[in-house]
Design a protein around this ligand. Structure first.
Ligand code: HEC
Ligand code: HEC
Length: 176
């Protein structure tokens, strides 16, 4: 399944992976532990919050982080990302509904939330304990590649991230 633009992560695991593909087909459902995060329905979120970077899955940060971020979009990491009020409220509602500490959070989202101190209000997914833990095997020289650039550029490696899919089978590391 190697694509022209990148290599599959851990090619050596292809045997194991094809076994799990078959298992998934038989089960007709993704494994419980697959890294799939719920995304807001409709196109508003991906269009508005995925135009400058990856449309980050809401389940990567807790409600308080999203509230703070959506309360200061005019000063968003040095950019003005302001939205009209009806859109801002619609997006905020979706972020709250699908956040790491929302009522319907799945196991993975609980783990993300559990690794964030109760008093912390992180604004960067890439600075959370879960992100660091999941990527500690990716060596520093890879992050410096031109097509990646910053840790926050999830979509450079996670090809289906705008659908909330971060599973290892869909990881392709750019070669330059
Ligand atoms: C005008 C461009 C722009 C828009 C629109 C925008 N952002 Fe950003 N965002 C940025 C920039 C620039 C950064 C910093 C990126 C970096 O440091 O790599 C950033 C960073 C982030 C980060 C932190 C990423 C990390 O882990 O380091 C999150 C989360 C985020 N944005 C969410 C959103 C959400 C939610 C919306 C929609 C409400 C949004 N952004 C809209 C420009 C934008
Ligand atoms: C340099 C490429 C790269 C970038 C950029 C990147 N990742 Fe990853 N990510 C990986 C690799 C490699 C793995 C490990 C796959 C494996 O072996 O399970 C991984 C694993 C993950 C996992 C766990 C997948 C699983 O199966 O449990 C999540 C969730 C994840 N990344 C989220 C993110 C988010 C969110 C961002 C951006 C803020 C991001 N990643 C940026 C390469 C990257």
């Amino acid at each position: 399944m190697a694509s022209a633009s990148g290599i599959t992560w851990k090619n050596l695991l292809s045997l194991t992976l094809s076994v799990s593909v078959v298992a998934a087909l038989i089960g007709n459902a993704p494994a419980d532990d697959e890294a799939i995060f719920p995304m807001p329905s409709g196109k508003t979120y991906v269009n508005e919050c995925g135009s400058c970077h990856t449309a980050y899955a809401p389940g990567l940060l807790p409600v308080r982080s999203w509230r703070k971020m959506l309360g200061q979009l005019d000063k968003h990491f040095g950019e003005d990302a302001s939205l009209e009020e009806p859109q801002r409220l619609e997006i905020l509602k979706n972020l709250e509904l699908l956040a790491a500490d929302a009522d319907q959070a799945n196991m993975r989202m609980h783990r993300i939330n559990g690794a964030i101190a109760a008093a912390a209000v992180p604004q960067r997914v890439s600075e959370t304990g879960y992100f660091k833990y999941m990527h500690d095997e990716v060596p520093a020289y890879i992050w410096k590649r031109k097509k990646i650039g910053t840790l926050a550029n999830c979509i450079a490696c996670h090809t289906r991230v705008n659908e909330g899919r971060y599973g290892e089978r869909e990881v392709r590391i750019p070669q330059q």
